[in-house]
Design a protein around this ligand. Structure first.
Ligand SMILES: [Fe+2]
Length: 293
């Protein structure tokens, strides 16, 4: 797919993998100067390929915020301890410590997850901009929740359709703590108090594409409503397995200047922590949920 925009041609280059693969690079768009046609090309690519990279960008915080806000109304303020000073819509993801204090979240994405599924109206699009990255390592892996649905048997689809799942922010903190992976000063009790559990459909219809997706993930999905604990655990384990072992995934190998934008309902992602003490600094901006207009 390619087209001609006002300032040159826009090219969408799918990642390798054949039919059903996710991931693409959009070339020829300068995010700071994007016109409406550029914007539509990026939005279409995100919805079609689920994860899109725009490389070689030179963005300030307001450039990233402004571009995401043009894709879909912004999630205006993120509630955490690591927003960028002066820019509350940006969450800092980093292992950098300054004056003895971490400047960002250093344990984000340690388990497979969809961002903010523990909110009633989870983020539609999310983005990360690479300010500083290690020379190797720190890849981010993506899988398709839509492909996972399509791989279910008819019997599974019939069984899971109509079920609801409890999504719990506190569960993710508890799992990270129990596995020795928690690196933030945040207790399970604080998580529980600050973010109540919510129920979501186990099989969700994507609000824009209409595709059905498996809406269960290892980090946040706690229980299937109305099922005995052992049955609920079995259903969730089967779905985690189905989602995270798809025919196609996408792995993003970061370069400074990359803006990565993903469809947060059609995907799950996982961070890797294999870069030792090499500095890594990413800015995260997301949009509000599909209900926002
Ligand atoms: Fe995430």
């Amino acid at each position: 797919m390619s087209g001609t925009a006002g300032r040159g041609s826009v090219e969408v280059v799918p990642a390798q993998g054949g039919p059903g693969a996710i991931g693409a690079e959009v070339r020829g768009v300068d995010v700071r100067r994007a016109d409406e046609r550029d914007l539509l090309a990026v939005r279409d690519a995100v919805l079609r390929y689920s994860v899109v990279a725009l490389r070689g960008q030179e963005l300030g915080p307001e450039d990233q915020i402004g571009f995401l806000d043009r894709l879909h109304p912004l999630r205006p303020r993120v509630i955490n301890d690591f927003t960028l000073p002066g820019h509350p819509a940006i969450t800092v993801i980093s292992n950098i410590v300054e004056d003895g204090r971490p400047i960002g979240i250093n344990d984000a994405g340690i388990l497979w997850h969809t961002d903010t599924c523990f909110l009633a109206d989870p983020d539609l699009f999310a983005s990360l901009y690479a300010v500083e990255v290690p020379s190797t390592g720190g890849d981010t892996h993506f899988v398709s929740t839509a492909a996972a649905y399509e791989a279910l048997t008819d019997a599974q689809r019939q069984r899971f359709e109509g079920m609801r799942v409890v999504q719990s922010y506190a569960l993710s903190i508890e799992k990270m703590r129990d596995r020795g992976l928690l690196r933030r000063a945040h207790s399970v009790e604080q998580a529980r108090a600050s973010m109540p559990d919510v129920e979501q459909p186990l099989i969700k219809t994507h609000p824009v594409t209409g595709r059905k997706v498996v809406y269960a993930n290892e980090a946040f999905s706690k229980a299937v409503v109305g099922l005995p604990a052992d049955e609920s655990d079995a259903v969730l384990s089967a779905l985690f397995e189905a989602v995270t072992s798809p025919p196609h995934g996408y792995t993003h190998r970061w370069q400074a200047g990359d803006l990565l934008i993903w469809d947060n309902i059609a995907t799950q992602h996982l961070a890797t922590f294999d870069y030792g003490d090499q500095r890594r600094l990413l800015y995260r901006v997301s949009t509000a949920g599909p209900g926002a207009r």
